[in-house]
Design a protein around this ligand. Structure first.
Ligand code: FES
Ligand code: FES
Length: 166
């Protein structure tokens, strides 16, 4: 049976019809959140790589918790608050989030494919704990893979943020 769900995505309320694939505007039960974000809303900052919950490239915040959006069904997101990399900048000033600025300052990426997922994972961590220890940072990032081996710069940037966060 068709149903309508509503969620906030980057502070904007969005409604979707969950129903049978093929009808315009309807989302099938099995559609993933990453697919909805990228293919329906053009929020392509959320990357997909493994599609199996193993690489962290598709990480977004769901109710302030970092989750792999390729493992979340959009149909299950009724009432959820979703934040993607596109929604991270200050909505009033347009300024980048401090994590984004720090990544630029510290050259904490190379090709950048994994970077949105890493930044969203760190955002979730810093929301829970503004001053995580290095081991907590490493633990939080253990599900985020980077083929370019930018981990050292990422940890360096995260450690600096953990010291600076007030
Ligand atoms: S694409 Fe979702 S975890 Fe790899
Ligand atoms: S910077 Fe290239 S995959 Fe991480």
């Amino acid at each position: 049976m068709d149903k309508t769900i509503r969620m906030k995505i980057n502070r904007q309320t969005r409604s979707f019809f969950i129903g049978y694939e093929g009808l315009v505007g309807e989302i099938p039960d099995e559609e993933t959140l990453s697919h909805t974000l990228r293919e329906r809303l053009n929020l392509t900052g959320t990357k997909e790589a493994c599609g199996e919950g193993a690489c962290g490239c598709c990480t977004v915040l769901l109710n302030s918790r970092a989750v792999p959006s390729c493992q979340i069904l959009t149909a299950d997101c009724d009432g959820a608050d979703i934040l993607t990399i596109e929604g991270l900048q200050d909505p009033a000033t347009g300024e980048l989030d401090p994590i984004q600025r720090k990544f630029i300052d510290k050259y904490a990426f190379q090709c950048g494919y994994c970077t949105p997922g890493i930044i969203m994972t760190l955002k979730g961590l810093f929301l829970k704990n503004p001053h995580p220890a290095t081991e907590e940072i490493k633990e939080a990032l253990s599900g985020n893979l980077c083929r370019c081996i930018s981990h050292y710069h990422v940890i360096d940037a995260a450690e600096e943020l953990a010291r600076e966060n007030v």
